[in-house]
Structure formats: structure tokens, C-alpha cells
Design a protein around this ligand. Structure first.
Ligand code: C2G
Length: 132
């Protein structure tokens, strides 16, 4: 049985998020998601997500491709999480290409192409300026 792990914030959940989870699950049998806490998101991006970590957790848990979700509290703890959850494969979108290669001693590291033309930032901008 192959255990796949992926990480992300998954704020304002959209098709790009759904598709990476679907493709990650297809790489193995059991999908674990490390979901960034509000605090980690603030430290990564200088802002809090639109949806709280409790809301994001509830959404991700309900996705049929996802078997388990935990809070990712720090980027530096990735190695620890990979061991704790006994990951065979780490899957990330290719916006992170190369960034997690250091973990290839612990598991296989795969970057999948992002779904084009969709992002949380774009959705937020569209809501703010619907006519443009
Ligand atoms: N994604 C995608 N296509 C999009 C948008 C996002 O495939 N159009 C993927 C990203 O590549 C990522 C996942 O969806 O693999 C989650 O994206 P984000 O929520 O933006 O994740 P991020 O905040 O970059 O957090 O430890 C790593 C980080 O926690 C990743």
C-alpha cells in the first residue's frame, strides 16, 4: 500500500485544489494532507487566509480523495511529518518545483503541473472587482 502526502493552505477551495488532490491520490492508495495553519500562512504570505483553519479542515476532510488531514504548523517540520505519517511519495504542485528535493532521501518527491488559470488570489480579485 502506497502512502501519498501533500501540503497546502487550500484557501477558498477551488478546482485547482481539487485536481491536485485527485491526482495525488492516483499516485498511491492512501492520501494524507498537511494543511497549513492560519499562523503558518501568515508567516509564509504575510496575511491570514479568508477561510479559517477549522473551515478549511472541514472542507478538505470531506473530499473523497483525502483519507487523513493534519495541521502543518511549520515548513521546517516537513521531514518530521514525512516520517510520522510514513509517506512513500510527496506530491506538490510545480510552483514548488525543486523546493522539496532535499526530502528525496525520505520518500519519492513528485511535482505535478498546476491547473492553469485558477488561483485563490484571482478569485479574491474577481470578487473585489467583479466588472474587470
Ligand atoms: N494548486 C494547483 N493548481 C492551482 C492552484 C494550486 O495544482 N491552480 C496546488 C498547489 O501547487 C499546491 C496545492 O494546490 O500543491 C495547494 O496550494 P496552496 O493552497 O496555494 O498551497 P501553499 O500555500 O503553496 O502551501 O508546505 C508547503 C505549503 O504549505 C504549500
Amino acid at each position: 500500500m502506497k502512502r501519498v502526502i501533500t501540503f497546502g493552505t487550500f484557501d477558498v477551495f477551488h478546482l485547482g485544489h481539487l485536481r491536485i488532490l485527485q491526482r495525488a491520490k492516483e499516485m498511491g492508495d492512501y492520501l494524507i494532507v498537511g494543511m497549513s495553519t492560519d499562523h503558518l500562512n501568515f508567516s509564509k504570505k504575510g496575511k491570514y487566509p479568508v477561510y479559517s483553519e477549522e473551515e478549511r479542515m472541514e472542507i478538505i476532510k470531506s473530499i473523497r480523495y483525502v483519507d487523513e488531514v493534519f495541521y502543518e504548523e511549520s515548513l521546517e517540520r516537513k521531514g518530521e511529518y514525512l516520517k510520522k505519517y510514513r509517506a512513500d511519495i510527496l506530491v506538490m504542485g510545480d510552483d514548488w518545483k525543486g523546493k522539496f528535493d532535499v526530502y528525496s532521501s525520505l520518500c519519492q518527491v513528485i511535482y505535478l503541473p498546476r491547473t492553469p488559470s485558477i488561483s485563490t488570489t484571482q478569485i479574491i480579485e474577481k470578487i473585489q472587482k467583479p466588472c474587470q
